[in-house]
Ligand binder design. Structure first.
Ligand code: CTP
Ligand code: CA
Length: 221
């Protein structure tokens, strides 16, 4: 019922959201990933849908149900996420990048499982950098209103402000990193050209609804 009575402040807007971790394969049975649960991104997708938006959610490997009325595309790697996002980003009004995208992937994917047998030393892996999805969307012209996330374990405001510049986006949402992964609540700080605004500790859906209001206000301005 609460969902039904959310003001339809994003009616007619197309919102694209990335969520969850990515998984970068080393061989057919192993890979590199992280502890992102996808909860914050799924909550934002839900809150945007409640606010009347047409929402597409690009999800890395997570164990979460699809919010009602949201179109979901599942991907595994950062490259797949990039390939899914770019064509849709051109037609979106807002892009919210909550995904914890792996910064690097193994330079080679082994076709077969790497076996212990016969090896005297442990294998080493060369890594190569993944494309920055948010920065690439922010380079489109015209571009959607871009919202980045910064999960940091220290110096939250400084890092969030650096990312605002480096990725050339109008809004970065900071949160104190690994501590919030998988939890149902969080605390956010919104960083933009005008300064910072804290959204104090609350459950992720409450924060997502507040963030959606902030985004709606900014794109209307
Ligand atoms: N992001 C992305 N594609 C990447 C890396 C990050 O879209 N390859 C997005 C994230 O979804 C997030 C924002 O960029 O919205 C910031 O991600 P973060 O990992 O904090 O920034 P990085 O630039 O990767 O810097 P670092 O990991 O060194 O802090
Ligand atoms: Ca990163």
């Amino acid at each position: 019922l609460v969902a039904f009575f959310q003001p339809k402040i994003l009616r007619g807007k197309r919102i694209l959201v990335t969520a969850g971790p990515t998984f970068e394969a080393i061989d057919p049975v192993r890979g590199i990933t992280n502890h992102s649960s996808g909860k914050m991104g799924f909550a934002i997708a839900r809150a945007a849908q409640e606010a009347g938006a047409e929402v597409t959610l690009i999800a890395g490997p997570v164990h979460l149900p699809t919010p009602r009325g949201v179109a979901r595309i599942d991907v595994e790697s950062a490259r797949q996420m990039h390939a899914a996002v770019m064509p849709l980003a051109r037609d979106s009004d807002v892009f919210v990048a909550t995904a914890a995208v792996a910064d690097w992937r193994p330079a080679q994917m082994n076709e077969h499982k790497i076996k212990k047998d016969g090896k005297k030393v442990a294998p080493t892996f060369e890594l190569t950098e993944n494309e920055d999805i948010l920065a690439d969307v922010a380079r489109l012209s015209p571009r959607p209103y871009c919202v980045g996330f910064a999960a940091e374990s220290e110096n939250l405001l400084k890092h969030a402000r650096d990312k605002l510049q480096r990725k050339n986006v109008p809004l970065i949402v900071g949160n104190l990193g690994p501590a919030t992964f998988g939890r149902d609540d969080n605390a956010l700080v919104l960083v933009d050209a005008d300064g910072d605004r804290a959204l104090p500790q609350a459950d992720k859906l409450t924060l997502a609804r507040q963030l959606v209001q902030e985004i709606a206000r900014r794109i209307a301005a």
